[in-house]
Design a binder for this molecule. Structure first.
Ligand code: CO
Length: 663
């Protein structure tokens, strides 16, 4: 929690209770004021990033409440219409820039404030208007131009600029779902700094063979839909005594868990300092966890669709596009919301109310046994803590859920919803790179590949990743019946050795162990990474898009912790050349054994759209789990108290008091 002591004081103005407390509105305003004065760019200054510099681990781990806290902000600022970015740090308390570097080739993200300006620039261009008119479209006011990041394809005239590339749709009437009506074959290239239209590409002008705009309406807005199925009977989540978690500032305590949450414009939701207390001892598990990057490559070479290869995190900012969540709709149950404050493009604090949702859920059966001799049953139910936020990137929704379970498991789940990106085809001829999801509407094949950055500290910072492969033995003297199989573990000792992919033939998994701490059978304590959603990445690694997404070719990377190594596709991804981030850092092949290490897990969705994904996609899921494996000496929830849910009833009229044999 923040306390503003003396808002007008030029020096130490804000007192924090913890080094990871988020930046306040006052701190964002103060930082942008310092930067405005320092750079003297007047109205041309733009703020891509202002975020807290998280203090060193030794500061966080050893923090004693009440001690003064150094507050530094990291910044990326630029001058409108000039290529390059100033990056550095501001000491908020001193009110001055303490580190500064100009990166002439870096291009900042495309900001939410620029989306509609890009559309306006395209629609103001007579070449674009002529291309629309050539298609016989009369309602120019209903034409929608979506900006996409442009990638780096070496197209003459685009070099050195900060550009966006666009695709076009149209509404048939106000509030109509425009993604049902793709206007095929027109792409505009806009210089986002000057809002100059560099080019209008009309792929059908030469042949005159236009693909018609599909006109069938397909809508989801409740202002348009009139027919609904009968509603289900009410299903209420009620916690008569309130939730079991405790929130103090950004610290959450629940069951045996404690952690902190934060939120920034690029990664969105971040978890910090996850620990589990058992037998009176708090044991650290993960220092920091976030989804640090993602890429969505589309698989068609047709027209300009090859350019669709978007890094929604590094090129737009997952956090900047986060929603304000609504109680009873996005969030069901007894909810605690965290509000978030982020800087806008002009350095002003912008609040996202109800941005992070915290609640508890029943998670089904925890464990059970029926002893057939004594005929006694013991059964317990499981609960999980859910920390979530939802981001809208253009047509898609990404809903991020972190689950902490009573049994020590940590799970991440990404629910993808929203509207698939559509293109138009002549009805019945979608070509092999997509599915015709409605007559004349194609959803092209694509993937969503995320990179989870998991800064581990299983029982402390000295961790090693073990690769665990299962081998079957050939039939022979040592295996006469041909039944033998076993798991072989080997440490991944260096960064290059630790670039790994799943192998179904070996039932491969990875375990993060602490070789310095042993459990009651003398083995290192550990957590297993369960990779349920690893995807094969299909972009050619030498192609202009593949080069920029190096992280996606391996399902696991391991690096020694370095505070500046945060973004696996590089710090400045928009229009990047490629090779930045993980492929560059790991070239030195640093040792990663018994080290303070970070693991990076690539996972995601392989998505050939279905008609059922249109007009709005039912949530599809991907994610991973971290499961204690030799971390505890035995089932850590054997101590869950016996109990019943007294609100439960059966359809035959029984209630929970009368139904079970078990007390
Ligand atoms: Co998809």
């Amino acid at each position: 929690m923040l306390r503003i002591l003396e808002p007008s004081s030029p020096g130490y103005a804000v007192e924090h209770e913890h080094p990871l407390d988020p930046m306040s509105s006052a701190e964002i305003s103060r930082t942008s004021a310092v930067l405005r004065e320092h750079f003297g760019l007047g109205d041309d200054i733009r703020f891509e990033t202002i975020e807290l510099v998280e203090p060193g681990k030794e500061v966080v781990r050893g923090f004693v409440p009440g001690t003064p806290i150094e507050r530094l902000a990291r910044f990326n600022v630029y001058r409108r219409a000039r290529t390059g970015v100033w990056t550095g740090k501001v000491d908020i308390n001193l009110g001055k820039v303490v580190a500064e570097e100009f990166l002439p080739d870096a291009r900042p993200m495309i900001s939410p404030e620029e989306f509609l300006l890009i559309e306006a620039a395209a629609k103001a261009d007579p070449r674009f208007k002529a291309a629309i008119e050539r298609r016989g479209i009369e309602r120019y006011d209903l034409v929608c131009v979506d900006p996409w990041t442009a990638g780096n394809f070496g197209v003459p005239g685009e070099e050195g600029r900060r550009i966006a590339h666009t695709f076009v749709w149209m509404r048939m009437f106000e509030l109509d779902n425009y993604y049902a009506h793709p206007v095929e074959g027109i792409n505009v290239v806009v210089d986002v700094d000057t809002m100059e239209v560099l080019r209008v590409d009309d792929h059908f002008e030469a042949s005159g063979d236009y693909v018609p705009v599909p006109e069938m309406p397909l809508n989801y807005d409740s202002a348009i839909l009139t027919e609904y199925r009968e509603p289900s009977s009410p299903l209420d989540v009620i916690q008569p005594n309130g939730p079991s978690f405790i929130v103090e500032g950004n610290k959450i305590s629940w069951e045996n868990w404690d952690l902190r949450v934060s939120f920034n414009g690029r990664e969105g939701l971040v978890l910090h300092s996850l620990g589990y207390t058992f037998g009176g001892k708090r044991r650290p598990i993960m220092y920091r966890a976030s989804i640090a990057e993602m890429v969505v490559p589309y698989g068609t070479p047709e027209g300009s669709h090859y350019r669709k290869n978007v890094f929604d995190s590094g090129e737009y900012g997952f956090g900047k596009l986060a929603n304000s969540l609504s109680l009873g709709c996005d969030c069901l149950g007894h909810i605690h919301y965290f509000d978030v404050v982020l800087p806008d493009l002009f350095g002003n604090p912008r609040a996202i109310e109800n941005c992070i949702c915290l609640h508890e859920e029943d998670a089904g059966l925890a464990w059970k046994h029926f002893d057939f001799r004594s005929e006694r049953t013991e059964v317990r139910r499981l609960r999980r803590l859910v920390i979530s936020s939802i981001t809208t990137v253009g047509n898609y929704e990404y809903a991020s859920y972190w689950y902490l379970y009573q049994n020590g498991t940590i799970e991440y789940e990404m629910k993808a919803s929203g509207i698939i990106n559509t293109a138009a085809c002549k009805p019945g001829t979608p070509q092999k790179f997509g599915t015709e999801v409605a007559p004349g509407v194609v959803g092209h094949i694509h993937q969503h590949v995320f990179s989870a950055r998991l800064d581990m500290e299983v029982d402390g910072p000295g961790n090693t990743v073990m690769e665990c492969d299962t081998h079957a033995m050939p039939i022979g003297p040592d295996n006469p019946m041909g039944n033998a199989f076993y798991v072989e573990e080997r440490p991944l000792k260096t960064e290059l050795e630790a670039q790994r992919c799943v192998d179904f033939g070996k039932m491969r998994y990875w375990k993060i162990v602490n070789p310095n701490v042993t459990n009651w059978v003398g083995k290192p304590t550990g957590y297993k990474l369960e990779t349920g959603s690893a995807v094969q990445f299909y972009n050619d690694p030498e192609g202009p898009s593949g080069r920029r997404a190096g992280f996606a070719y391996k399902h696991l990377w391991v690096t020694p912790f370095h505070p500046d190594e945060r973004f696996p596709a590089g710090d400045f991804v928009n229009l990047s050349k490629g090779g930045e981030g993980l492929p560059t850092w790991t070239k030195d092949d640093r040792p990663v054994e018994n080290t303070d290490l970070v693991i990076w897990h690539s996972f995601g969705l392989h998505h050939l759209p279905r008609p059922e994904d249109h007009p709005v996609q039912p949530c599809v899921l991907c994610g991973f789990k971290l499961m204690p494996t030799g971390f505890f000496d035995q089932n850590p929830i054997i101590d869950l108290p016996p109990g019943k849910n007294h609100a439960s009833k059966s359809t035959s009229g029984e209630d929970a008091e009368s139904c079970c044999h078990h007390a």
